[in-house]
Write a protein that binds this ligand. Structure first.
Ligand SMILES: CSC[C@H]1O[C@H](OP(=O)(O)O)[C@H](O)[C@@H]1O
Length: 348
């Protein structure tokens, strides 16, 4: 893939972390400078940075910021675990958060006994490796998904699993960018994705910037665009794939999957292997984040519901494997039964 058609979500300046404030998109492009794990925790929780891979990358840099100033080895190991546990508490559903923190810790533990400066350098080096590998992962997912698509088709997507959710290019949107480069005419229907509107604010923005034919729809319109015959495939991202192939993703994904099944439309999940969690047997065990009622009562500061009204605001739902046509990773395409393929993709 050539030019990246959107501002980068995560930047390491060499000294500190710079995050695109995705809450401000699509109206403003604002970067925040972060110097402490507390600032990174807050940025993850408040969705300054969001999207499973981007969250993992930001947390890995946050871990480095947390240990960069320690002055002795005993303090280093104590602080490393404390800061990793702290950052891991920011959001529970996207497994990339714990995956990235665990990967950094395991890598630096291999260097136990080395001088303190080398231990610190190892933490930063692993954070940068996670960051650098992510863009390549997206490109390969895009190439694998593209083999399932064809010129002229309509695709529906939910939430934002684009470049803004990753280091670049995205997962679910990666094939769209590749198709555009091939000169294909792909029409995308982007669910606005209430209540935080990642589809309206981020996916519509990314695809419009890239010159892709994108139509923004309300979440409750997904069924009718399928019924009209305008959609030949659904592609979504994921925050966590359980060992049996159940998929946690943005709230509303399950409804789209059921509608796709009803209309005989293939439902593809773009899943980096870093989002596959073989330690979680099924979707029933995936922790689902519940977010503040204000996101529904007064989204973006405009009250649209009675104050103190009872609200249910799960940020994710689980799509059972039976609704999924294929899970596409950077290593290939997995079809049902998913268990064996998921194990192979994680281990190879
Ligand atoms: C490529 S992961 C994108 C994934 O993350 C989103 O959730 P959030 O915006 O709350 O971080 C959504 O579930 C996307 O599919």
């Amino acid at each position: 893939m050539d030019k990246i058609p959107h501002p980068l979500s995560v930047i390491w300046t060499g000294e500190h972390l710079r995050l695109l404030d995705q809450r401000k998109l699509p109206i403003e492009t604002v970067y925040l400078d972060l110097f402490t794990p507390e600032e990174v925790w807050d940025a993850i929780y408040t969705l300054v940075v969001r999207g499973a891979p981007a969250i993992g990358i930001a947390a890995a840099y946050g871990l480095y910021l947390g240990i960069a100033q320690v002055e002795d080895e005993a303090a280093f190991w104590k602080k490393l675990k404390h800061v990793a546990d702290y950052l891991n508490s920011a959001r529970p559903t996207a497994v990339n958060l714990s995956w990235a923190l665990k990967r950094v810790q395991e890598k630096v533990e291999q260097q136990k006994g080395q001088p303190l400066a080398q231990l610190k350098a190892a933490v930063l080096a692993e954070a940068r490796a996670i960051h650098d590998e992510d863009a390549e992962m997206c490109r390969r997912i895009g190439e694998n998904l593209l083999t399932l698509l064809h010129d002229g088709m309509g695709i529906l997507t939910h939430c934002n699993a684009g470049g803004l959710a990753t280091a670049a290019y995205g997962t679910a949107l990666a094939p769209i960018y590749l198709a555009k480069e091939k000169g294909w005419n792909i029409k995308v229907f982007a669910d606005e994705t209430r209540p935080v509107l990642q589809g309206a604010r981020l996916t519509a923005y990314e695809l419009q910037q890239a010159g892709v034919d994108v139509t923004l729809i309300c979440d409750n319109m997904a069924g009718v665009v399928m019924k009209q015959g305008w959609v030949q495939a659904v592609i979504v991202g994921t925050d966590r794939v359980a060992a049996n192939g159940d998929v946690a993703n943005k709230i509303g994904t399950y409804s789209v999957a059921v509608l796709a099944k009803e209309h005989g439309i293939p439902f593809y999940v773009a899943a980096p292997t870093s989002s596959i969690d073989l330690h979680t047997p099924s979707g029933d065990q995936i922790p689902i984040e519940e977010r503040p009622a204000e996101e529904i009562i007064a989204g973006f500061g405009k009250q649209t519901a009675p104050s103190a009204i009872k609200v249910f605001n799960p940020a994710f739902d689980v799509t059972p494997a039976k609704y999924i046509t294929a899970i596409v990773t950077e290593k290939g395409i997995i079809r049902a039964p998913f268990e064996k393929g998921l194990q192979e993709h994680v281990s190879k």
